[in-house]
Each structure stands twice: as C-alpha cells, then as structure tokens.
Design a protein around this ligand. Structure first.
Ligand code: SOE
Length: 382
C-alpha cells in the first residue's frame, strides 16, 4: 500500500530537534500500518554551517536559515517547533495562517498570553496540532492512565510529583545562548515551572483531572549570571526551584516540587497517586516499570508489585521487541509521531492539543503569580 508523505519542516536543531527527527525516522519501520510516512523535507536554524551539518547528519532534503521561508514553502505539510519558548508563538501563528499542521515542543508558550494567541490561530485555521509532552507516551505512564481510568484506585486522595535536576547549581552557567536559553527569562518565560513542572502538571491533569487552585513558593538561588549576549553580569529572572500544593477538581490534593539544584539527580521525574483502594507510582529512572499497591490483595501477597511494562498487550509494546526487553526515553517521541500520524487517519485530536496544553500554561502562570503574591491563586481566574 503506497503511503501518503507527510513533509516535515523542522525549526530548531538542538536536543529536541534530534529527539523529534529520530521519531520521524523510526516510526514507519515500527508502525508499518500507518497510512502516512514522515519525510524530512527541510530543517531551519539561523546559522548556515550548523543547519547544513544537521541536515547532512540526519538526512533532511533541504535547509533554511529563516523560519519564515520554511513556513511559506508549499512543499511543507507540518511545521515542528523546536526553538526556545520565545519563538513558539510567532512561528505557530504564521504556520497556522499558512495552513500547516503544527507540532510544538513544550511548554506551549513563553507566556499565557502568547499561548492564548496560539490557540486562537490554530483553532481559526483548523489545522492538526499537538504539543510534545512526551512522558505521556512512555508505556508505563500510558498504563498508569489506563489503571486510573479503570477506577481500580477508587476515590483519589493524593497526587504528588517531582522533577529534580542539578545542572544549574554552578554559578558559571550563563543565561541566554545555545543550550542555556532556559536560564534567560526573556527566552524561556520562567525557570523550572515552565520547563519541568509543566511536564508534571500535564501528566497530572491527564491522569487526575484539572487543578482548581494553587499555592506556591519559588526561589532564585543565584541572583546574577553572565548573559551570553552581552558578556555582562545580569539579574536572573527565572525560578531556580518551585514547590506548590494544589486542589484538584476531583477533591484530591496535589504536591509538586522541582529544582535544578538537587545534587545526585540528573533527571528524577516521579509521580505517585494514592486512591482509597490502591496506589500507583512511576520513576523516570526506571521508566519501563510501574509500581502498584492494592489494599484489596490478600494479606499473604499484599505489597507493592512491580509491573515491568514490556508485554505485547501493554501500551505500544507490540511494536517493539519481546516481553522482558525494555525500550527507552527516545521511544516516547516515536510514539507521539505515531499517534499524530494516526490522528490524521482517524480525525481524532492528538493529545495534548494546543487547547489542552493551554490548561498547563494556566496552572504555570497561577503558580508563578501565587509565589509572587504569597497567596493562593484560582486557576479559573486565568
Ligand atoms: C531541561 O533540562 C530538560 O531538557 C527539559 O527541557 C525537558 O523537557 C526534559 O524532558 C528534560 O530536561
């Protein structure tokens, strides 16, 4: 069966440009029944040498150094935004107006206002869209969704999550520039709240429903850093660490923490959900496993059990190897490409859509405002 080509235009060649391109290259090999096949049509980055090297290494047919030229091309069907957050809105709005499908890295936007403008443009254009909250698409996290949705846990009382890293603890890490734009509030919009807690919030909303109000505290431990654009010391505008608690619409309580000053943790993302009958927990460091505890088990076998999510009847795993053999972080992006391509066949949205990701943006804004005001903030105020 001949497949329809989906001609991809990638903007941005950093860490996420690589994870997304790997997804485009692998998907048709492992999801052969899909009717659309991604084609690496064009890649864009500001510097000719950089983008040519990336295109050569990864197999893009052509290059652009101006994203506006890429968006205007009639041989591009889908624009994939892998730039710093301050460029998401202008590229997405232009791409939507050009009738392109759009895949956008998280978080949706630098600010809530920009996010609203993006959603308006996308919904006016009626183009397919998704935001790369990739952790949803690890098999163990998708299985957690299936378990919670089945009602096995019973009434939910608690949701807790953390995302701990340590890479900004060194005062010599600059703000701005390639790889450290996440420390520049003008490029990123916020620090760990929009970068890491956004993942935790998206997963939490997906698994446990909407968040109604938040109370937060943030801290910026290193107050000044050299800005790469000027070489001068500049006040730091991002949150280095954030802790918040919240109410969910279903009556449960939430507790979230993130920092990039946690020695001993490179990327510790965990969540745990406690229900009246059972609990489930997951840890990115052991991403193929889900821990489950069910109080209803007979006492002789009652305890935390480890589900090694590799069986063919568990999410996505029939596409890979044989039971017992694990997959990795990069497969979450292959799965999101597969689900996006499937959505083109079914007409169903590929979650999270821009509209759904706007909810996460609202919670992030409420968290930042709560910390600044030292008071509770209702998410519905946004
Ligand atoms: C931050 O360092 C980061 O790269 C995030 O931006 C990603 O979203 C996360 O998945 C890993 O850490």
């Amino acid at each position: 069966m001949s497949k329809k080509e989906l001609r991809i235009g990638l903007v941005g060649v950093g860490f996420m440009g690589r994870t997304h391109t790997n997804g485009y290259k692998r998907v048709s090999d492992f999801f052969p029944d899909l009717q659309n096949r991604p084609v690496l049509k064009a890649v864009c980055s500001r510097t000719a040498a950089t983008v040519n090297a990336f295109a050569e290494q990864w197999g893009y047919e052509s290059v652009e150094t101006d994203w506006k030229s890429l968006v205007a091309r009639d041989d591009i069907d889908a624009v994939d935004i892998c730039t710093p957050n301050n460029m998401h809105a202008e590229i997405a709005i232009a791409a939507a107006e050009a009738g392109k499908m759009i895949l956008c890295e998280k978080p949706l936007s630098r600010t809530l206002e920009e996010g609203r403008q993006m959603v308006d443009a996308i919904e006016k254009a009626g183009v397919n869209n998704t935001v790369w909250y990739n952790y949803r698409r690890l098999p163990a996290v998708t299985l957690a969704k299936q378990i919670v949705a089945s009602g096995k846990l019973g009434r939910i009382f608690h949701y807790r999550a953390n995302f701990l890293q340590d890479w900004t603890i060194n005062a010599n890490v600059p703000q701005g520039g390639q790889g450290t734009w996440r420390l520049d509030v003008d490029a990123a919009g916020s620090g760990v709240t929009g970068d890491l807690l956004a993942h935790c919030i998206d997963t939490a909303i997906w698994l446990n429903g909407s968040i109604t109000d938040v109370s937060a505290v943030t801290e910026t431990f290193i107050k000044e850093r050299v800005h790469q654009a000027t070489g001068e010391m500049q006040k730091v505008g991002i949150d280095d660490a954030c802790i918040f608690h919240c109410h969910f619409d279903n009556g449960s309580l939430g507790l979230f923490e993130s920092t990039r000053y946690a020695r001993g943790h490179k990327a510790l993302y965990t969540f745990e959900i406690n229900g009246e009958h059972a609990s489930v927990r997951w840890d990115l460091h052991d991403l193929n496993k889900l821990e489950y505890f069910d109080h209803r088990d007979e006492s002789i076998v009652r305890g935390w059990r480890t589900i090694h999510v590799t069986d063919g009847d568990q999410p996505y795993m029939d596409k890979w190897w044989v039971p017992g053999l694990s997959i990795g972080y990069e497969h979450s992006f292959v799965h999101q490409v597969a689900d996006f391509l499937k959505s083109l066949e079914t007409g169903e949205p590929c979650s999270p859509t821009f509209r759904e990701a706007l909810e996460t943006q609202k919670v992030c804004q409420a968290v930042l405002d709560s910390a600044a005001a030292k008071s509770w903030k209702g998410v519905n105020e946004y």
